[in-house]
Structures are given as structure tokens and as C-alpha cells.
Design a protein around this ligand. Structure first.
Ligand code: LLP
Length: 463
């Protein structure tokens, strides 16, 4: 297992190993295809390339730090998910992982739907031409204004997250003279992260309506009574960076149990079930994610089996992968600034970004890989910690990694698998300027989200 804590936060720290790092790889110049985007390779001159463009040229043109996104890989992953689930299911890309107008257009072209969870994400999706009926709107505290905009735009579904919201959405829909398609997000008492899942007592969180105590059944009762709502299904999301399907199995069993209760009580068979996102990717060579077609097959079989057992028609399945589509497609390129060997401990390598462009290491203790990409090196491996330039000792990008001992200021290093939850969670801490996202494809690179400027910062500060 390659990470010592989880997106759920510090309460998981005790169930996973801490403070470990693997032995150095046999050759530090080798790029493990598991963690690097599809078109990344090292040219004959030793310089790493993406989409055929070398990182020295990219750094020259776009500066560092910067995220470089392999468009070919993004489209291929989106397509693989779409194909794996086929025509009888829907794939909603979770925009929270990373959203920009270019990405929305790629998703549209590749036949995916989109999950948004804020007015900002909704605005981005609509402005890039995603048809509203292919958008799902999420969130545990959508404002009335956001709900209004979503219904007015005609979003395909709103995922209801509380009793108040059931009434709120119904009311606004009626005001607008509409009947809004909705799902109810339930908390199934399963929480899964990486290789571990716990199937009890995880109702203690802000999302969803618990199945426990008949609360979800009561929510369904209320939703079915309201004219402004068309209840189309039940939604469940069980966690992040999940590698096996056992947590989904328990979740599906419980959701189907609710569908059966609904049929028995109301004589209605809800036509849809959404199993959420959370499928894992490789951040380091130790991670072994499963392919979309394996996941699709497993999830479809689980739902079908559970429905047969409950004598229900199998509902249309939807899933919401974010990380599994965009995560592996990008890397962050940094320039090395200072190098500080601490005898007997490790060498601190400071780069020109940090926790403002990747908060995941500080926040979740996430593990990442790193490589020298502007040249090759035959030097011995040195145990390094890649840190940023922020005024905080927890400003760590890669906690434990091996880099060549001849690393020098001015070298370019890259951290792979930063496509998800890095730019989307980036901050202006210390008035850092958020880096650009540059899409690279077939020898061409183009900015899809530009670098922030000091002017941008000062424009917000009205003095
Ligand atoms: N659907 C729902 C309802 C979700 O809440 C999420 C993630 C997803 C789908 C997409 O999950 P994914 O496939 O991307 O793992 N910021 C954290 C993860 C928090 C995710 C919250 N919800 C991270 O950096 O790992």
C-alpha cells in the first residue's frame, strides 16, 4: 500500500502504515507507465516528453510550476469508461477533480455526462456547451440561488442530500413550473478507501441521508409526494481511491434493499441507481488500480445479482469517476531552487511551487512519485523530500522519494498523477500565483487555464 492516510482525513491514519518508503528503483531514469500519462516518454537526448513535446521547451514557453495535461490520455480514459459501461449505463465525470471549459468539451465529445457540485462548476459546464440534461447537480448545501439556476437551466438530475433540500428543490421547481428529476443520496453505512473498507457506523458524516433508522425511506416517502419532483433513483458514494469492489458490493446490497422496500411500500420501481465515484489510480508504483472494463463488469454484476435476488428489474446504473479519468493524465513540472542535505536524514529539495499547487500531501498524507525530467543521470540515488516555497514546514509535495544525488538547482523535476484535486484544490497561500494547466496533444501545447498574475491578485484586493 503506498499511502499512509486517506482523503477521509486524519482519522484513518491509525489503520494504515506510516512513515515508510520503498527501496530506490533499479534505474532512476525509468518512467513507470503506471504513474505517468500515456504519451509521456524520455527522448534520445534524455529529456522527458509529453505528446511529443519536451519538458525543457514546455518550461521555456509556459514557465514553472505548471500542470501539463495529456489530452490524448484524457480522451482515451474518458472513452474507456464510456465504452466499459456501454449504452445501458451513464458515466458522469466528477468535475470537482478538475474542470475547465476545454475538459467539458472533450467530455461532451467523448459521450460522457458531468457531475457538478457548485454554481461555479455548473457555470463552467454550461458555458462550454455541455447539454444541461447531461449534468447532475450535487452538494450537501446547495444555495436556493444555485438550485434555481440548475432547474432553470434544465439539469438532468439534482441529487438531494437532506430533508430540507427535498422541500426546497420541489418548491423552486414548482415556482418555475417544472418537475425536476432527482435522486436521493443515501448513506449506506459503508466507507471505503484504498484497500480497506468498513461496513459499520459511517453515518457520522455530513453527506447523504442515512439508510439507518428508516431515514432514507422517509425521504423517499416525502419526495414521492411532491409534485415538483420526479424521483428517478438512489445515489450512494462510498469513498475515494478505492481499489477493490467489496465496498460497492455492500453498498449495492443496501441500496437495492431500499429499492425493494420502495417497491413494496409504494408499488414503484425506481429506474436508476448511482454508485458514485472513488475508483483509485496509481500515485506510486506500489498502487495497482483496476481497468474500467473490470470495474464496469464487477459493478454491473453486483447490481444485477442483487436485483435478481430482490426480484426487481435491474435499474440503469451510473457512476461518477473523477480521479480515475483525469488523475493520471497530468504531471506538475517544477524547477529545483535549493538543495539542502540533512546529514543522516534526507535531502530537502525545494521547488518553485508547493502546497498551493498540491495540498494533498499536507492534507491527506498522500504519496507521490517524482523524477528528474530535464536530463538523465547515472548518479547514486539519494533519499529526498520535495518541498515547496511556502512559509510552513508541512509544505511537502513528495514526502519520500529517490532522486539522483547530482540533482542541481535549475534541474526540472516532475510529479506525476497530479491531474485530480491539485489544480482544483490550489490556493493563493502566501499570495502564490496558481499555475496554468497546459494541454498537450500531437506535438502541440496550449494553455487551457492560464497562470494567475499579480494583476489578478491585486484586482481582487480592492484596497
Ligand atoms: N461523486 C461524488 C458524490 C463525490 O463526492 C466524489 C468525490 C466523486 C464522485 C468523485 O470521486 P473520485 O472518483 O474523483 O475519487 N479531494 C479529495 C477527494 C475528495 C473527493 C470528494 N468527492 C482528494 O484529493 O483525494
Amino acid at each position: 500500500m503506498s499511502r499512509s492516510a486517506h482523503p477521509a482525513g486524519p482519522r484513518h491514519a491509525d489503520v494504515l502504515p506510516e512513515g515508510h518508503y520503498s527501496a530506490p528503483p533499479a534505474d532512476l531514469n525509468t518512467l513507470d507507465p503506471k504513474v505517468w500519462a500515456e504519451t509521456v516518454d524520455r527522448g534520445d537526448d534524455g529529456v522527458v516528453r509529453v505528446g511529443g513535446v519536451d519538458v525543457k521547451a514546455l518550461a521555456e514557453e509556459f514557465g514553472t510550476p505548471a500542470y501539463f495535461l495529456d489530452e490524448t490520455d484524457f480522451r482515451a480514459r474518458a472513452r474507456a469508461w464510456r465504452t466499459a459501461f456501454g449504452q445501458d449505463a451513464d458515466v458522469f465525470y466528477a468535475g470537482k477533480a478538475f474542470l475547465s471549459r476545454a475538459v467539458v468539451r472533450w467530455l461532451h465529445e467523448e459521450g460522457l455526462n458531468l457531475d457538478v457540485c457548485s454554481g461555479g462548476e455548473l457555470a463552467t459546464a454550461l458555458s462550454a456547451g455541455m447539454p444541461a440534461d447531461r449534468i447532475a447537480f450535487h452538494g450537501n448545501n446547495k444555495s436556493t440561488e444555485e438550485i434555481h439556476r440548475a432547474i432553470e437551466a434544465g439539469v438532468g438530475r439534482i441529487v438531494l442530500d437532506s430533508f430540507q433540500e427535498i422541500v426546497r428543490v420541489a418548491h423552486i421547481a414548482q415556482e418555475l413550473g417544472k418537475r425536476q428529476r432527482v435522486q436521493i443520496r443515501v448513506t449506506v453505512g459503508v466507507e471505503a478507501h484504498t484497500h480497506e473498507f468498513i461496513a459499520t457506523a459511517h453515518e457520522d458524516q455530513k453527506f447523504g441521508i442515512p439508510l439507518a433508522g428508516g431515514q432514507a425511506a422517509e425521504a423517499v416517502r416525502r419526495a414521492l409526494k411532491l409534485d415538483g419532483l420526479e424521483l428517478i433513483g438512489i445515489h450512494s458514494h462510498i469513498g475515494s481511491q478505492i481499489f477493490d469492489t467489496s465496498g460497492f458490493e455492500v453498498a449495492a446490497h443496501r441500496v437495492v434493499g431500499l429499492l425493494k422496500d420502495i417497491r413494496d411500500e409504494h408499488g414503484v420501481e425506481l429506474p436508476e441507481i448511482d454508485l458514485g465515484g472513488g475508483l483509485g489510480i496509481a500515485y506510486t508504483s506500489a498502487d495497482d488500480p483496476r481497468e474500467p472494463h473490470e470495474i464496469a463488469k464487477a459493478l454491473t454484476e453486483i447490481v444485477t445479482r442483487e436485483c435478481e435476488g430482490a426480484r426487481l428489474r435491474t435499474p440503469r446504473i451510473s457512476v461518477e469517476p473523477g480521479r480515475a479519468i483525469v488523475g493520471p493524465t497530468a504531471f506538475t513540472l517544477y524547477e529545483v531552487g535549493t538543495i539542502k542535505p540533512l546529514d543522516g536524514l534526507r535531502t530537502y529539495v525545494s521547488v518553485d511551487g508547493g502546497m498551493s499547487d498540491n495540498i494533498r500531501t499536507a492534507l491527506y498524507d498522500a504519496e507521490y512519485s517524482v523524477a528528474l525530467v530535464s536530463r538523465t543521470s547515472d548518479a547514486e540515488p539519494m533519499l529526498a523530500r520535495v518541498v515547496g516555497k511556502h512559509c510552513e514546514s508541512g509544505d511537502i509535495v513528495v514526502k519520500d522519494a529517490f532522486l539522483p544525488a547530482d540533482l542541481a538547482p535549475g534541474d526540472l523535476i516532475a510529479v506525476p498523477a497530479t491531474g485530480a484535486y491539485c489544480r482544483s484544490m490550489a490556493s493563493n497561500y502566501n499570495h502564490a500565483l496558481r499555475p496554468p494547466v497546459v494541454a498537450v496533444r500531437d506535438g502541440e501545447a496550449r494553455v487551457i487555464v492560464r497562470r494567475e498574475t499579480e494583476e489578478d491578485l491585486l484586482r481582487l484586493d480592492v484596497g
